[in-house]
Design a protein around this ligand. Structure first.
Ligand code: FAD
Length: 447
């Protein structure tokens, strides 16, 4: 098939998809010989009639490479050309070390690795992985991730979409952030403008796209309090969807993205609904004490942000490249939620009626402090087990020290979990995600 026939065939494919191709001598030619565009709500593919025939074929194949061709008839030659254009958009690198891209800093390479700076490349990467029968793993800031020493047999996609947009909607402001915006920059942006809702979430490492995954939370706030919409690529339908909060299945350190339909969505951006001039949220005694020590009785949003950052820094809970406890995933275990009866049993097993506990909404269940259980099970801060151990400043953080491997981190985690299980009969569940481990049992890989 020569280029003329190929062009005609690709035009027919576009028509089968309901998209009209306009080949015209445009006064202002479209970039790169042509592409998709919307005119008065209708989708067209524009091609520059003055461009050489080969360029027009390439531009049309590239425009079609964003689309799903599974349900339309396409000749093998035309399909090859479109797939070639798709592959040209995604140029993954092979054997890229992942340890430097995670805060834990352990683990082996990604078999394939690619960064996507636009949504079309996200989709193209998904198709690239599917075409080779490889799993696709999405990487944000790597702050809640432990990679196995053997690495990950997958295409690791780093979503690199940037940008912020603000929309005033009556008495609220909707702040939309693209997935790769650093989370704490977004919090600072909101706090500096006096928009309440995110201030207690200051200092959490990572990127926007991961915040809905485990419903990031701290000091009494969770992103689910403010998430108005999540824009995502639905991998099942290969379409971009905008999900309302009700579809996100948010729970304590949980969401539908994490547990109900894991790996189904690649998050492209999140909209947070904030309150201009709103009062800050101060619900934690530790935060209250810090503000009081600074002599602040009626804190502004920035006061709360500063206290949160200071309290977190003292526990190595902000990422600081000079901190010896820096290589962690933050809290390694989530706080267990048990029945009130079970909480009473644990308090009496500990011989401490003052065991910290917080009733959950509804009153039937009680949240316990995982850090307290870990300490009472005999694991003190600074506890070491080879090159991995417990942070010297935070009982719940497992840290990797010089020379640590993923297997060392996992061994400490298992020892801590088994210790708490043996002492109190409570099974702790890990918070980070594990990539590349052969067997994961109850959320934790085998050592
Ligand atoms: C020092 C420290 C303190 C921390 N404190 C807190 C805290 O107070 N509260 C809290 O909730 N967490 C905390 N964390 C955990 C972590 O920072 C958060 O979970 C954060 O949201 C992870 O973001 P990330 O971009 O680094 O995600 P990653 O670690 O890169 O990924 C985590 C998971 O999200 C998925 N993911 C990431 N981006 C996308 C995307 N765009 N689309 C689909 N899936 C995606 C990944 O596939 C993976 O499953 C802390 C971590 C550290 C190191």
């Amino acid at each position: 098939m020569d280029d003329r026939d190929l062009l005609d065939e690709l035009v027919r494919v576009a028509t089968r998809l309901g998209i009209q191709v306009r080949i015209e001598p445009f006064e202002t030619p479209p970039a790169r010989g042509g592409g998709r565009c919307l005119v008065e709500g209708r989708e067209f593919i524009l091609l520059d009639a003055r461009a050489p025939l080969g360029d027009r074929v390439s531009a049309l194949a590239s425009a079609l490479s964003d689309l799903d061709l599974d349900d339309v008839y396409v000749t093998p030659e035309a399909r090859d050309r479109v797939e070639g254009a798709r592959d040209a958009r995604v140029r993954p690198r092979e054997g890229v070390p992942l340890a430097p891209l995670t805060t834990m800093g352990v683990g082996g390479p990604a078999r394939w690795y690619v960064e996507a700076h636009d949504e079309a490349t996200v989709l193209a990467a998904l198709r690239w992985a599917e075409g080779r029968g490889l799993p696709l793993r999405v990487l944000g800031g790597g702050s809640n991730l432990v990679v196995a020493d053997a690495g990950v047999d997958a295409l690791v996609l780093r979503v690199a979409l940037r940008g912020l947009a603000v929309r005033e909607a009556g008495s609220v402001v909707e702040l939309t952030a693209a997935a790769a915006e650093p989370w704490d920059d977004v919090v600072r942006f909101a706090v500096e403008r006096g928009w309440a809702g995110l201030e207690c979430l200051s200092g959490i490492p990572g990127l926007v796209g991961a915040t809905p995954i485990q419903n990031v939370g701290a000091y009494g706030q969770e992103v689910s309090d403010t998430v108005a919409a999540v824009r995502a690529l639905d991998r099942a339908t290969r379409t971009v969807v905008t999900l309302p909060p009700a579809a996100c299945g948010f729970g304590y350190r949980d969401s539908a993205f994490k547990s109900r339909t894991p790996d189904r969505h690649v998050i492209l951006g999140v909209t947070y609904r904030l309150r201009p001039g709103g009062a800050p949220s101060v619900r934690y005694a530790e935060l209250e004490r810090h503000l009081a020590a600074r002599g602040i009785a009626t804190p502004a949003l920035m006061d709360v942000r500063e206290s949160v950052l200071a309290v977190r820094r003292a526990k190595s809970m902000v990422f600081d490249s000079a901190d010896p406890n820096r290589r962690s995933c933050g809290s390694f275990f989530v706080n267990p939620v048990v029945s009130a009866v079970e909480a009473e049993r644990i308090a009496s097993a500990a011989g401490d009626p003052g065991m910290p506990r917080w009733p959950e909404p509804g009153g039937e269940r009680v949240k316990l402090a995982a850090a307290w259980l870990v300490e009472r099970a005999g694991f003190a801060r600074g506890h070491g087990d080879g090159p991995a151990g417990i942070s010297t400043r935070h009982t719940l953080a497992i840290v990797a020290r010089e020379g640590a491997r993923a297997a060392d981190v996992v061994r400490v985690a298992r020892r801590v979990r088994d210790g708490v299980l043996g002492r109190f009969g409570v099974r702790l569940h890990p918070e980070p995600v594990f990539w590349g481990f052969a067997r994961v049992e109850d959320g934790l890989p085998e050592a």
